[in-house]
Design a protein around this ligand. Structure first.
Ligand SMILES: NC(=O)C1=CN([C@@H]2O[C@H](COP(=O)(O)OP(=O)(O)OC[C@H]3O[C@@H](n4cnc5c(N)ncnc54)[C@H](OP(=O)(O)O)[C@@H]3O)[C@@H](O)[C@H]2O)C=CC1
Ligand SMILES: CC(=O)N[C@@H](CCC(=O)OP(=O)(O)O)C(=O)O
Length: 416
């Protein structure tokens, strides 16, 4: 007998037929939230399940979001606005009804008009870029800090205490300042602030973020990896050993600064691994998984640079806990993220692709049964500049300001 899976995206989503134990044309077996044994069952599904490749309906507002304070204008400073994540904040905020940019800083580009640094945003009415030392924060309520790690701790320390801050750098992500020193090569420059920093993986830390003054926005790789793994570790569905992560990033992940390794000639038509066994996101990911497991978790993590502008894929190989099936992993993630607007479990044979999330704040993921018994493969994709940086930062600041978490973030991916 044939199985019928429901997909949802136009050409891709017509009813698919698969052999009894798998998806046609594929050795791996994705775990669809909706796998029907008989085609006639389709008619009995709730309408919202039809035409969606996701495990849950899209919600306008995230659960528990406070009511918007209509009309309030919240004044924003973007530090490092001449970089990629800074520009992405500016692009996204163009559609935010309550956040208005008052201050924008740069280093080498201080003094320039933003529209000449980023001509794609020339239509926006924005202040001139200034050096941080010349910025006036007295009329500012909140800050997106988009500066390189290492420079950020001292700068944040010098900012007035009335400001709410989302820091996109790695400077406040590691709770243990000795671990920070070990991985970042210098001692922490604002240890007194580290204690108040809240790690901003929005979907999993929402309640802490709401009350925070300083949020450490997660790294892009850690976002794409922890969103699937933390719930599975917490529920003890996977073993804590032999977690292997193969991850790939677009070049914008390295920032806008000129670097020989990021020249077109070095990157085009190729892929290369870097930071093998030593990437500074290892302790960040292990911190999140260790918290979830309540015992030390170690990982194998190898990032790769891809010849693409944006996008990030993490392919994660895990061993199942005793008695657990890959379907259990899928079902657990599905229920964890059921009411989430920005994290989506794909159905059936839909494979998460970076090109389907680029420009959006979505994380798409799916779970596959490995051909080796007792193992599963998880694929998770994000846009490194949006969910991996500026989009998640906006989710966090919305929460910190008591606004709906999705405010200004309700746009769809750019495709093709
Ligand atoms: N790119 C990504 O995908 C992600 C990045 N991040 C993190 O976000 C932060 C920003 O990244 P990104 O936008 O890519 O970086 P960029 O290199 O593109 O931008 C860096 C910004 O910081 C400014 N700057 C550099 N040095 C100093 C300094 N000493 N004092 C003051 N300002 C300075 C630059 O100004 P100017 O251009 O004028 O010199 C620029 O505005 C980094 O910590 C990064 O690790 C986090 C997640 C994902
Ligand atoms: C492609 C590339 O170079 N990516 C960056 C990660 C970007 C990011 O998330 O960096 P932070 O932890 O500093 O915020 C890297 O591997 O260092």
């Amino acid at each position: 007998m044939a199985f019928t899976t429901l997909g949802g995206c136009g050409a891709q989503a017509s009813v698919r037929l698969a052999p009894q134990n798998g998806i046609l044309g594929s050795n791996s077996k994705p775990f669809a939230g909706i796998i029907l044994k008989k085609p006639q069952q389709v008619g009995s599904l709730p309408l919202r399940a039809r035409g969606s490749i996701f495990s849950s309906p899209r919600r306008l507002f995230s659960p528990k979001a406070a009511a918007p304070k209509s009309g309030d204008s919240i004044r924003i400073a973007v530090l490092g606005a001449s970089g990629y994540t800074g520009a992405e904040i500016v692009r996204i905020l163009a559609n935010h009804p309550q956040f208005h940019i008052k201050v924008m800083t740069a280093d080498r580009k201080a003094g320039e008009q933003f529209g000449s640094v980023f001509p794609h945003l020339i239509t926006q009415d924005l202040p001139r870029l200034v050096a941080i030392k010349d910025a006036d924060f007295s009329d500012v309520d909140a800050v997106f800090c988009c500066l390189p790690h290492g420079t950020t701790q001292e700068i944040i320390k010098s900012l007035p205490r009335h400001l709410k801050i989302v820091d996109l750098s790695a400077d406040f992500r590691l709770r243990d300042i000795n671990e920070y020193a070990e991985w970042y090569g210098h001692s922490h420059r604002a240890p007194e602030l580290q204690g108040e920093a809240v790690y901003g993986l929005t979907e999993l830390k929402r309640d802490d973020i709401r009350n925070a003054r300083l949020v450490a926005n997660p790294g892009c790789y850690p976002t794409s990896i922890q969103l699937p793994l933390v719930p599975l570790v917490k529920a003890k569905l996977i073993k804590l050993t032999n977690i292997i992560i193969d991850a790939k990033s677009g070049v914008s992940g390295a920032g806008r600064g000129a670097k020989e390794a990021n020249l077109y000639t070095e990157i085009a038509e190729g892929i290369h691994a870097y930071g093998i066994t030593s990437h500074r996101h290892v302790p960040e990911i292990e911190q999140g998984l260790t918290d979830a497991a309540e015992s030390k978790v170690t990982i194998s993590f190898t990032p790769h640079l891809m010849c693409m502008k944006r996008g990030m894929q993490s392919t994660v190989y895990v061993e199942l806990a005793s008695g657990v099936t890959p379907r259990d992993l899928y079902e657990h993630l599905k229920s964890t993220y059921e009411n989430e607007e920005f994290v989506k479990l794909l159905h059936g044979s839909n494979v998460p692709c970076t090109s389907h999330v680029v420009g959006s704040n979505y994380c798409f993921m799916n779970v596959y049964e490995d051909r080796i018994p007792g193992r599963a493969i998880i694929i998770s994709v994000i846009d490194n500049l949006v969910k991996g940086a500026s989009g998640q930062a906006l989710q966090n600041l919305n929460l910190m300001m008591g606004l709906p978490e999705n405010m200004g973030l309700q746009y769809q991916p750019l495709f093709p």
